[in-house]
Design a protein around this ligand. Sequence first.
Ligand code: SF4
Ligand code: SF4
Length: 160
Amino acid sequence: MKPEYQQYLNLAESRKKENKKLLQKLKKLKSKELDSLINDLHVEAFELIDCLECANCCSSISPSVKDNDIQKIAKTLRIKPSAVVNKYMYLDDEQDYVMNCSPCPFLMADNYCEIYDSRPLACKGYPHTDRNKMNQILDLTLKNTLICPAVCFIFEELKK
Ligand code: SF4
Ligand code: SF4
Protein backbone atom coordinates (compact mmCIF):
# COMPACT_ATOMS: atom_id res chain seq x y z
CA MET A 1 0.00 0.00 0.00
CA LYS A 2 1.20 3.51 -0.76
CA PRO A 3 2.71 5.06 2.41
CA GLU A 4 0.30 8.02 2.35
CA TYR A 5 -2.65 5.61 2.31
CA GLN A 6 -1.22 3.86 5.36
CA GLN A 7 -0.94 7.29 7.00
CA TYR A 8 -4.68 7.79 6.54
CA LEU A 9 -5.32 4.46 8.26
CA ASN A 10 -2.95 5.38 11.10
CA LEU A 11 -4.80 8.67 11.50
CA ALA A 12 -8.15 6.88 11.73
CA GLU A 13 -6.70 4.53 14.34
CA SER A 14 -5.46 7.45 16.44
CA ARG A 15 -8.72 9.38 16.03
CA LYS A 16 -11.14 6.59 16.85
CA LYS A 17 -12.82 8.54 19.68
CA GLU A 18 -13.04 11.75 17.63
CA ASN A 19 -14.57 9.82 14.72
CA LYS A 20 -17.09 8.18 17.02
CA LYS A 21 -18.21 11.63 18.19
CA LEU A 22 -18.49 12.78 14.58
CA LEU A 23 -20.68 9.76 13.89
CA GLN A 24 -23.15 10.87 16.56
CA LYS A 25 -23.40 14.30 14.88
CA LEU A 26 -23.86 12.70 11.45
CA LYS A 27 -26.71 10.59 12.80
CA LYS A 28 -28.63 13.81 13.53
CA LEU A 29 -28.49 15.03 9.92
CA LYS A 30 -31.38 14.61 7.51
CA SER A 31 -30.89 11.55 5.34
CA LYS A 32 -30.62 13.45 2.04
CA GLU A 33 -28.20 16.00 3.48
CA LEU A 34 -25.99 13.22 4.81
CA ASP A 35 -26.05 11.35 1.48
CA SER A 36 -25.14 14.47 -0.44
CA LEU A 37 -22.21 15.31 1.89
CA ILE A 38 -20.75 11.81 1.83
CA ASN A 39 -21.42 11.10 -1.85
CA ASP A 40 -19.63 14.34 -2.88
CA LEU A 41 -16.64 13.48 -0.67
CA HIS A 42 -16.59 9.95 -2.13
CA VAL A 43 -15.96 11.48 -5.55
CA GLU A 44 -13.20 13.70 -4.14
CA ALA A 45 -11.62 10.79 -2.27
CA PHE A 46 -11.38 8.60 -5.34
CA GLU A 47 -9.91 11.43 -7.40
CA LEU A 48 -6.98 11.27 -4.95
CA ILE A 49 -6.85 7.58 -4.10
CA ASP A 50 -6.16 4.78 -6.55
CA CYS A 51 -7.48 1.38 -5.45
CA LEU A 52 -4.75 -0.34 -7.48
CA GLU A 53 -2.18 1.23 -5.18
CA CYS A 54 -4.06 0.12 -2.09
CA ALA A 55 -6.06 -3.16 -2.25
CA ASN A 56 -6.42 -3.11 1.52
CA CYS A 57 -10.06 -4.22 1.43
CA CYS A 58 -9.23 -7.23 -0.76
CA SER A 59 -6.22 -7.99 1.47
CA SER A 60 -7.90 -7.79 4.84
CA ILE A 61 -11.67 -8.34 4.77
CA SER A 62 -13.92 -10.64 2.80
CA PRO A 63 -17.03 -9.66 0.91
CA SER A 64 -20.21 -11.52 1.64
CA VAL A 65 -20.75 -13.68 -1.45
CA LYS A 66 -24.33 -14.32 -2.55
CA ASP A 67 -25.69 -17.16 -4.72
CA ASN A 68 -25.85 -14.90 -7.79
CA ASP A 69 -22.21 -13.96 -7.28
CA ILE A 70 -21.22 -17.63 -7.07
CA GLN A 71 -23.05 -18.39 -10.34
CA LYS A 72 -21.18 -15.56 -12.11
CA ILE A 73 -17.79 -16.55 -10.70
CA ALA A 74 -18.40 -20.18 -11.73
CA LYS A 75 -19.18 -19.09 -15.28
CA THR A 76 -16.00 -17.00 -15.46
CA LEU A 77 -13.82 -19.77 -14.05
CA ARG A 78 -15.67 -22.42 -16.09
CA ILE A 79 -16.22 -24.61 -13.07
CA LYS A 80 -19.36 -25.67 -11.22
CA PRO A 81 -20.79 -23.34 -8.56
CA SER A 82 -20.23 -26.10 -5.98
CA ALA A 83 -16.55 -26.18 -6.97
CA VAL A 84 -16.30 -22.39 -6.44
CA VAL A 85 -17.69 -22.82 -2.96
CA ASN A 86 -15.49 -25.81 -2.13
CA LYS A 87 -12.33 -24.23 -3.40
CA TYR A 88 -12.67 -20.60 -2.30
CA MET A 89 -15.34 -20.15 0.36
CA TYR A 90 -16.84 -21.11 3.69
CA LEU A 91 -20.06 -20.29 5.53
CA ASP A 92 -19.54 -17.79 8.32
CA ASP A 93 -21.48 -17.55 11.60
CA GLU A 94 -24.19 -15.52 9.87
CA GLN A 95 -24.54 -18.25 7.22
CA ASP A 96 -23.07 -16.05 4.49
CA TYR A 97 -20.42 -17.35 2.14
CA VAL A 98 -17.10 -15.54 2.57
CA MET A 99 -13.65 -16.10 1.07
CA ASN A 100 -11.69 -18.85 2.79
CA CYS A 101 -8.42 -16.95 2.93
CA SER A 102 -7.07 -13.47 3.34
CA PRO A 103 -5.86 -11.79 1.14
CA CYS A 104 -8.70 -12.79 -1.17
CA PRO A 105 -7.75 -15.73 -3.41
CA PHE A 106 -8.65 -13.65 -6.47
CA LEU A 107 -6.35 -10.74 -5.61
CA MET A 108 -3.38 -10.82 -7.97
CA ALA A 109 0.16 -9.61 -7.29
CA ASP A 110 -0.44 -6.36 -9.22
CA ASN A 111 -3.56 -5.67 -7.10
CA TYR A 112 -5.93 -6.44 -9.97
CA CYS A 113 -8.86 -8.76 -9.32
CA GLU A 114 -8.71 -12.02 -11.24
CA ILE A 115 -12.51 -12.09 -11.56
CA TYR A 116 -13.05 -8.32 -11.83
CA ASP A 117 -16.02 -8.43 -14.22
CA SER A 118 -17.78 -11.04 -12.10
CA ARG A 119 -16.63 -9.93 -8.67
CA PRO A 120 -19.27 -10.08 -5.92
CA LEU A 121 -21.75 -7.22 -5.62
CA ALA A 122 -20.29 -6.40 -2.19
CA CYS A 123 -16.89 -5.80 -3.82
CA LYS A 124 -18.42 -3.55 -6.47
CA GLY A 125 -20.07 -1.39 -3.83
CA TYR A 126 -17.19 -1.16 -1.34
CA PRO A 127 -16.69 1.17 0.58
CA HIS A 128 -20.39 1.98 0.08
CA THR A 129 -19.95 5.76 0.34
CA ASP A 130 -21.60 6.56 -3.00
CA ARG A 131 -25.00 5.11 -2.16
CA ASN A 132 -28.23 6.53 -0.75
CA LYS A 133 -29.45 6.06 2.82
CA MET A 134 -25.98 6.37 4.30
CA ASN A 135 -27.68 6.74 7.69
CA GLN A 136 -28.40 2.98 7.57
CA ILE A 137 -24.71 2.07 7.39
CA LEU A 138 -22.99 4.76 9.46
CA ASP A 139 -21.65 2.31 12.06
CA LEU A 140 -20.18 0.13 9.31
CA THR A 141 -18.73 3.24 7.64
CA LEU A 142 -16.99 4.18 10.89
CA LYS A 143 -15.42 0.68 10.99
CA ASN A 144 -14.33 1.16 7.40
CA THR A 145 -12.20 4.17 8.39
CA LEU A 146 -9.77 1.55 9.75
CA ILE A 147 -9.65 -0.35 6.45
CA CYS A 148 -10.19 2.08 3.61
CA PRO A 149 -8.08 5.25 3.22
CA ALA A 150 -10.87 6.82 1.15
CA VAL A 151 -13.28 6.52 4.08
CA CYS A 152 -10.63 8.04 6.39
CA PHE A 153 -10.35 10.94 3.96
CA ILE A 154 -14.13 11.38 3.96
CA PHE A 155 -14.27 11.45 7.76
CA GLU A 156 -11.46 13.99 7.98
CA GLU A 157 -13.17 16.23 5.41
CA LEU A 158 -16.50 15.96 7.23
CA LYS A 159 -14.86 17.54 10.26
CA LYS A 160 -14.06 20.73 8.31
S1 SF4 B 1 -13.20 -10.84 -5.49
FE1 SF4 B 1 -11.81 -9.34 -6.36
S2 SF4 B 1 -12.61 -7.34 -5.71
FE2 SF4 B 1 -13.53 -8.91 -4.37
S3 SF4 B 1 -12.20 -9.07 -2.58
FE3 SF4 B 1 -11.50 -10.58 -4.06
S4 SF4 B 1 -9.87 -9.54 -5.24
FE4 SF4 B 1 -11.07 -7.97 -4.19
S1 SF4 C 1 -11.93 0.60 -1.77
FE1 SF4 C 1 -10.68 1.57 -0.18
S2 SF4 C 1 -9.59 -0.12 0.85
FE2 SF4 C 1 -10.39 -0.90 -1.09
S3 SF4 C 1 -8.70 -0.65 -2.51
FE3 SF4 C 1 -9.97 1.17 -2.73
S4 SF4 C 1 -9.09 2.68 -1.34
FE4 SF4 C 1 -8.26 0.68 -0.75
